[in-house]
Design a protein around this ligand. Structure first.
Ligand SMILES: O=C(O)CCC(=O)C(=O)O
Length: 295
């Protein structure tokens, strides 16, 4: 089976990305960036359902929870940006989606040792109002032009998935677990068929955001230090994930501070935003199946 076939069947694939030297380098860069000197004494378990909104780097470690830092729109995070155009990452995503990649998310998932982390089971459809979430969004005929990636710099076991769930509607048992929500199942609810995705440092999991998945670690024995990113191919219309970057922060002055490669990637991102300004179109039937309206 090719990597693409495996991705289409299971909704995720694991690939080796970083060399041991690269792992050390990125680990150092990340530790410098988030300076994990503050260690919380608070051990209360917290849900991270709204983690996609992002945290401030200066707050890292103040609470015993997982933090989510957006990078591409944050001055000071440039030293780690080259992770988001790592040749193995770009080549693998191209193999899965197509050429002309646009980065649409670049962040850090980080937590200190001892953190209990639990994000309820979900598909990444939080942007879509629940009444507008239709089963055909998960049909095998629809091309999902988005890949999400976790690239840990230390061994981790935080991502859980239901293999194959990205290209079908929820089963009755899954609906029961979601307890009426189309966004997040309540924290602590088990999902039938859910399995952990253990990763070695430097290995990446690339997954279809429509896959039913969750973040869960009972108690971290080692701190979490994971690069998290998303892409789509500019050869096809983007999905709702494309709008995750706050383009208002990508000012000409900010773009000036980026490396030439990252600046070009961000300019391509902005060009695509001009072409597809309206996120709410991306989950309409006509947008996903334009050939039907031409008949
Ligand atoms: O790896 C994790 O912690 C889960 C991330 C996740 O669920 C997401 O980004 O949607």
């Amino acid at each position: 089976m090719t990597l693409k076939e495996q991705f289409e069947t299971d909704g995720f694939v694991i690939v080796d990305v970083l060399t041991p030297e690269e792992i050390d380098n990125f680990r150092e860069l990340m530790d410098t960036l988030i300076s994990p000197k503050i260690q919380s004494t608070d051990t209360e378990k917290r849900s991270s359902s709204f983690q996609h909104l992002g945290d401030e780097i200066k707050d890292f470690g103040k609470e015993a929870r997982q933090y989510y830092f957006h990078l591409l729109t944050k001055p000071g995070t440039e030293p780690i940006h080259h992770a988001f155009y790592h040749p193995v990452i770009l080549k693998t995503v191209e193999e899965l989606l197509g050429p002309n990649l646009i980065v649409n998310n670049a962040s850090i998932l980080a937590a200190n040792e001892g953190t209990q982390y639990s994000l309820g089971w979900h598909r990444d459809i939080i942007q879509i109002p629940q009444p507008e979430i239709q089963d055909w969004l998960f049909s095998p005929e629809r091309f999902h032009n988005s890949v999400q990636i976790n690239l840990p710099l230390v061994d981790e076991n935080s991502l859980w998935v239901v293999p194959g769930s990205h290209k079908r509607a929820n089963t009755p048992e899954e609906n029961e677990a979601f307890q009426g929500s189309k966004h997040y199942a309540p924290v602590g609810v088990e999902m039938p068929g859910g399995i952990p995705v253990p990763l070695k440092a430097g290995q990446a999991v690339l997954y279809n955001n429509n896959l039913i998945h969750r973040g869960y670690t009972e108690k971290m024995k080692i701190p979490r230090r994971t690069l998290h990113m998303g892409y789509h191919s500019a050869s096809y219309p983007p999905t709702w994930h494309f709008y995750l970057l706050n383009s208002d922060l990508l000012t000409p002055q900010y773009l000036e501070t980026l490396s030439p490669t990252m600046r070009t990637m961000m300019e391509e991102y902005l060009e695509c935003r001009r072409e597809y300004p309206d996120m709410s179109q991306t989950w309409t039937r006509a947008y996903n199946f334009p050939e039907e309206s031409r008949v």
